[in-house]
Design a protein. Structure first.
Length: 583
């Protein structure tokens, strides 16, 4: 066999060379694949780092403010680190009716490019919000490269990134470029993950804040003071029920309604402007609105995290009762001075007169002066006793000892006792007790106080006519004896009658007339006594000059059971009085 050795060698060399080349190609492809995988892992790692950093920044900057605009600004502001772009734009939808549109431009683009971006964003936003959005609602801001007015290039690549909080669209981010096919699911997925994580976190925070806000609003609504708050643009943020009650406004008032209710009493706008420009509280105002005395305090509200002014809170504190009490105290002091000083001065003068001329006084004159001292000192003692009774009532140490008795005897005794006083004013005083009137349950000593007060008032406030004292069985239920004291005196206006049974309650007309003044405690004490034996006390009058009738009830003793029925006084105020009941 003949073998051509050079040819064989060349063939082997060729095979080896091809094998080496193939091996090199395979190795190169493996290296290229590994480089691609490494680059892919590096990009993925970069995106994860970016995602972590963005979410961390969102968490830090949002805190508890839940500002959707911050989320949008953080994400859009960091996109340049991740993707190439011609323009990054965003829209904020949670700022009232206006839409804020901002755009950061990295290379020359024209107005056509910007218009296309806005159109694409508004179209998708309208689909999400299920309503049409017009360009006139947009406030626009462009930064970065100067726009090229002559450029007619349009958007070749883009994607929109909606930002949702509690299923509400708060913002939209748009990334656009003049280059084609620049954005894919791979290089934008991280942004959608960030948006999703931010949305979940913000939604949870929204629910938390709504719960806190609800609790806070409930607390504000239950305040005994009126409260309103406005933002820095004087939009009404909060108003509670108490303020509506104080000013008589509707349940959901506008700021105009509140300003109108305060018109002529307080310049609310000037007060709020002063509060916004002052670091501390504005000087307190005191105003009168609808017969209520209100102290008004205003102070600006600050965000303690960034020292930003959020608005103004105005507090309306009702001091009507305090002012009434101050006036009541002053009136009481004045009344006590008169009630005590006048009789004490009379006693002092009488005693001095007797002392200086005692030897020359006849027996009749001495007895006359002594009777004057006795009567005058008795009036002083009655005022002091009234004060002591009121003190005992309010400390719950006032005893009413109830027993079964005939009310007719007590009425007759008091009418006879006041006969001389009525005769001195040429008044007729009569009593009328119904036949077969059952026995009642009352305090035989305290009922004299009640009758004394009602009869003496009737005589004091009547100049001409008659005083009638009656006792009869209640018509409707028969559960009570009704005692009434009627007069033909000056009568009672409805406005005057509201406070008659309160401490120091008197008719306005009696305060103006020295002869008709009193301590204002008698009816208050009478009410406490009557309610202590489960009775009621009230009055009726057709008005000034028409006379008046005062009534009170006494529980009836049922002969078959030997028990008393308590009367339901409804919602009428009670004075707490200790009662010692005995058969």
């Amino acid at each position: 066999m003949n073998i051509n050795l050079p040819v064989a060698v060349n063939s082997v060399v060729s095979i080896i060379a091809v094998s080496a080349l193939i091996s090199t190609l395979i190795a190169n492809r493996k290296v290229i694949f590994q480089l691609k995988e490494s680059k892919k892992r590096e990009d993925e790692l970069k995106r994860k780092v970016y995602e972590t950093e963005v979410l961390r920044e969102i968490g830090e900057r949002i805190g508890y403010s839940l500002d959707g605009a911050k989320v949008v600004e953080i994400i859009s502001g960091s996109l340049g680190e991740l993707l190439p772009y011609s323009a990054i734009c965003y829209m904020i939808f949670d700022k009232g009716d206006k839409i804020n549109f901002a755009c950061r431009v990295s290379e020359p683009i024209g107005n056509k490019f910007i218009r296309e971006i806005k159109s694409k964003m508004l179209t998708q936003a309208g689909e999400v919000m299920n309503r049409a959005i017009v360009n006139s609602d947009i406030d626009e801001s462009i930064s970065g490269e100067v726009l090229d007015d002559e450029s007619e290039e349009g958007v070749k690549s883009f994607f929109n990134l909606p930002i949702m909080i509690s299923d509400k669209l708060v913002g939209m981010i748009n990334v656009s470029s003049k280059a084609e096919n620049l954005y894919s699911e791979e290089n934008t997925s991280v942004l959608f993950r960030i948006a999703k994580h931010a949305s979940v976190a913000a939604t949870k925070l929204s629910e938390l804040l709504e719960n806190e806000k609800s609790r806070l609003l409930q607390a504000v609504q239950s305040l005994s003071d009126g409260v309103l708050m406005v933002d820095t643009d004087y939009h009404l943020v909060l108003v509670n029920r108490k303020l509506n009650q104080l000013l008589g406004t509707v349940s959901t008032p506008r700021l105009f309604d509140i300003v109108n209710a305060l018109s002529g009493n307080l310049d609310l706008r000037s007060l709020m402007e002063e509060a916004l420009s002052t670091s501390g509280e504005v000087n307190m105002r005191e105003i009168v609105v609808k017969e209520k005395v209100l102290q008004v305090l205003a102070s600006r509200v600050m965000d303690k995290d960034d020292d930003k002014v959020l608005g103004v809170v105005v507090l309306f504190h009702d001091v009507t009762d305090v002012k009434s009490l101050e006036k009541l105290r002053a009136d009481f002091t004045s009344m006590m001075v008169h009630e005590l000083r006048a009789p004490l001065s009379s006693i002092k003068s009488t005693v001095e007169l007797m002392k200086n001329d005692f030897a020359n006084l006849s027996r009749e004159e001495s007895e006359k002066y002594l009777r004057t001292v006795e009567v005058t000192s008795q009036s002083v003692l009655e005022v002091v006793n009234d004060l002591l009774d009121v003190s005992k009532m309010e400390s719950q140490k006032f005893d009413v000892v109830c027993e079964t008795a005939e009310v007719g005897w007590e009425i007759q005794d008091r009418v006879e006792g006041f006969a001389a006083m009525a005769e001195a004013k040429n008044l007729k005083i009569t009593s009328e007790v119904a036949k077969d009137l059952p026995k009642g349950n009352f305090d035989k000593v305290r009922i004299k106080q009640v009758l004394n007060n009602l009869i003496s008032n009737a005589i004091k406030f009547t100049q001409v006519g008659e005083i009638k004292v009656k006792a009869e069985l209640e018509e409707d239920s028969g559960r009570n004896i009704v005692v009434s004291v009627s007069d033909s005196g000056i009568g009672i206006d409805p406005e005057e009658g509201r406070k008659l049974f309160s401490r120091f309650g008197q008719l306005v007309r009696s305060r103006r007339t020295a002869a008709l003044k009193g301590s204002g405690l008698g009816l208050y004490i009478a009410k406490g006594i009557v309610e202590a034996w489960d009775g009621r006390i009230w009055y009726k009058s057709d008005g000034a000059g028409m006379g008046s009738t005062f009534y009170f009830t006494i529980p009836v003793l049922h002969q078959d059971t030997g028990t008393f029925e308590k009367e339901d006084n409804g919602d009428s105020p009670h004075i707490i009085v200790n009662k010692i009941a005995q058969a």
